[in-house]
Design a protein around this ligand. Structure first.
Ligand code: CTP
Ligand code: MG
Length: 232
């Protein structure tokens, strides 16, 4: 069995509001995306990485990230699509996985994933076929319509989805193909498997595994990173 990682990194980072794509902003000594790739490059359970970037950034990313930091597990750098779901689908088609291989899908914009969560996600796929890394909601969540609260879901049942999300290749590839044919849009990959009526196991993530989205996330990430460096 081969363990593949797909890294969707083909967004434009609009909410960060910087001229360069947020994934090339430096966090400590390296770009955000290089931290994300390092994590899997160093992880013994990971065999192959497929990186998905905007079409116009293919050369830049190959030269300034993959070659510069010598990521030897990156077997392909390919172009993404309009939505994240399109980018992941391109990655699934390009990665060359066999039906029973495990595929982890992890946002390029999440550079602080603890390595043990990767092992737990792989183990959960072996038990259940699909696994989602998530953390319990800390804040109370309100459902709102026209500026008015309509519902307060029971917080003890709410978890916030992160990545990696991990699957048997056959399961996630068929979910994506069906969604494409039927024009079904989900906000994460696990939702496509739920839509097929198949079980998805929860793996406890970390509050440090934040997605770099807006400028304050970079400040938080800098301080988490300093803490990790001190512990090492
Ligand atoms: N992503 C992708 N293809 C897209 C859109 C997003 O591969 N068409 C990737 C992003 O590069 C990112 C991850 O999916 O690593 C999560 O998306 P998000 O945090 O929303 O990043 P962006 O879409 O780049 O940011 P924004 O929504 O602020 O423009
Ligand atoms: Mg986006």
């Amino acid at each position: 069995m081969t363990v593949h990682v797909l890294i969707p990194a083909a967004g434009s980072g609009r909410r960060m509001g910087t001229d360069i794509n947020k994934q090339y902003l430096f966090l400590g000594d390296r770009p955000v995306l290089a931290h994300t790739l390092s994590l899997f490059e160093k992880h013994p359970a990971i065999d192959k990485i497929t990186l998905i970037v905007p079409l116009q950034e293919l050369d830049f990313c190959r030269e300034e990230v993959v070659e510069r930091y010598r990521f030897s597990k990156v077997q392909a750098v390919i172009a993404g699509g309009k939505e994240r779901q399109d980018s992941v689908r391109n990655g699934l088609q390009a990665c060359g996985a066999d039906a029973d291989d495990v595929v982890l899908i992890h946002d390029g914009a999440r550079p602080l994933l603890p390595p043990d969560v990767v092992d737990e996600a792989i183990a959960a796929v072996q038990r259940c076929g699909a696994a989602l890394v998530a953390v319990p909601a800390k804040d109370t969540v309100k459902e709102v319509e026209d500026g008015m609260v309509v519902k307060t879901p029971d917080r003890s049942r709410l978890w916030l989805a992160q990545t990696p999300q991990a699957f048997r290749y056959q399961l996630i590839a068929s979910a994506h193909e069906k969604a494409y044919k039927e024009a079904y849009q989900a906000t994460d990959d696990a939702q496509l498997v739920e839509w097929l009526g198949k079980p998805v196991a929860i793996v406890s993530g970390s509050y440090c595994n934040l997605k770099i989205t807006t400028p304050e996330d970079l400040l938080l990430a800098e301080s988490f990173l300093r803490q990790v460096d001190e512990e090492e």
